[in-house]
Write a protein that binds this ligand. Structure first.
Ligand SMILES: NC(=O)c1ccc[n+]([C@@H]2O[C@H](COP(=O)([O-])OP(=O)(O)OC[C@H]3O[C@@H](n4cnc5c(N)ncnc54)[C@H](O)[C@@H]3O)[C@@H](O)[C@H]2O)c1
Length: 293
């Protein structure tokens, strides 16, 4: 019998659910760098920041997808600068810094690139694999922040937003090294926030889960026969959309969250609120191994 999978729902029409002011956009006059901006959560964040008036510098390895995302954002007003580069390469932070400086200097840095693949038991992992996990999930966060932070300090303000994961807040069996890197991103976020708060720079993190992206195509990976399980796994009753992270990012890098720094905001539809508990029906939950009906 061939398996059939769920179809993703249509994309939300607007790139942000927050109202946009045409006269005084929330992020008007701000220059924002977003890494991994071509697709998935990074694209959702880039679209939302652009929609709310930020001038964007977008970085990604996927030239065609980056051009398409940049063209979509240009329709809201300002054309983003698109840099085709690998954030794990040593020259990329300097390249990005120069591009942001040409626009007046980065006020916002979103370190979004990250990947859990390939997964597998720690006992089967290798030092080369650990190095790749470090480079993709933590190394570039340090390098990009190190390159762009001095300008923020010099100008007396800025925002760094790191994209971690719920896996940095809990264990992830089968992917221990990825989980450790994401936990390190959360710890780095908190420590750096304390270091640079006096300069007007805020540092926060997002912890996504279960968001439909090319890396984790949630709907297309869910067998149609278990469609009713989505609401049992995710308290919010659906998988996340990149726009959910765009809205959270707009909050965290705008003055709406002026007194929030060092925080990690879970954007997970509630999956970490009661881990190990599953809905059985409209009124009952279970944490026991049993049929969910
Ligand atoms: N999707 C989820 O449910 C989920 C859950 C937890 C954490 N996250 C985190 O959110 C972030 C984004 O995840 P996603 O699911 O949108 O990923 P994705 O793989 O769907 O998209 C990543 C984007 O980054 C680009 N990219 C990859 N490596 C790059 C590199 N070295 N240099 C420049 N660009 C690069 C890709 O081309 C792509 O456009 C990651 O840090 C990931 O760990 C996602």
């Amino acid at each position: 019998m061939s398996r059939r999978y769920l179809q993703p729902p249509p994309e939300p029409e607007l790139p942000s659910s927050l109202p946009r002011s045409a006269d005084a956009p929330l992020l008007g006059g701000r220059v924002a760098v977003v890494s991994g901006a071509a697709r998935g959560i990074g694209a959702g964040i880039a679209r939302a920041l652009g929609y709310h008036g930020a001038t964007l510098v977008l970085v990604d390895t996927d030239e065609a997808a980056l051009a398409a995302t940049a063209a979509g954002i240009a329709a809201f007003g300002v054309s983003p600068a698109a840099i085709v580069a690998d954030v794990t390469a040593s020259g990329t932070p300097g390249l990005v810094c120069t591009a942001a400086d040409d626009l007046g200097g980065a006020d916002i840095l979103v370190n979004n690139v990250g990947d859990f693949r390939p997964d597998g038991p720690f006992l089967d992992s290798t030092p080369d694999g650990w190095g790749r996990m470090f480079a993709l999930n933590l190394g570039h966060v340090l390098a990009m922040t190190h390159a762009l932070l001095p300008g923020m300090v010099e100008r007396g303000g800025g925002n760094v937003l790191n994209v971690s994961s719920v896996e940095g807040l809990r264990g992830i069996p089968g992917n221990a090294v990825y989980g450790a890197m994401k936990a390190a991103v959360i710890s780095f976020t908190a420590s750096l926030a304390a270091e640079v708060g006096q300069h007007g720079v805020r540092v926060n993190a997002l912890a996504p889960d279960f968001t439909d992206t090319p890396q984790t195509p949630m709907w297309a990976s869910t067998d149609e026969r278990y469609s009713d399980h989505v609401g049992k796994w995710v308290p919010a009753g659906r998988f996340g959309h990149p726009r959910d992270h765009g809205d959270a990012a707009v909050f965290l890098v705008s003055d709406q969250s002026a007194f929030v720094t060092g925080s990690t905001l879970r954007v997970d539809g509630g999956t970490l609120a009661a881990p190990g508990w599953f809905r059985r029906d409209a009124k009952r939950f279970t944490n026991l191994p049993r049929p969910l009906g």
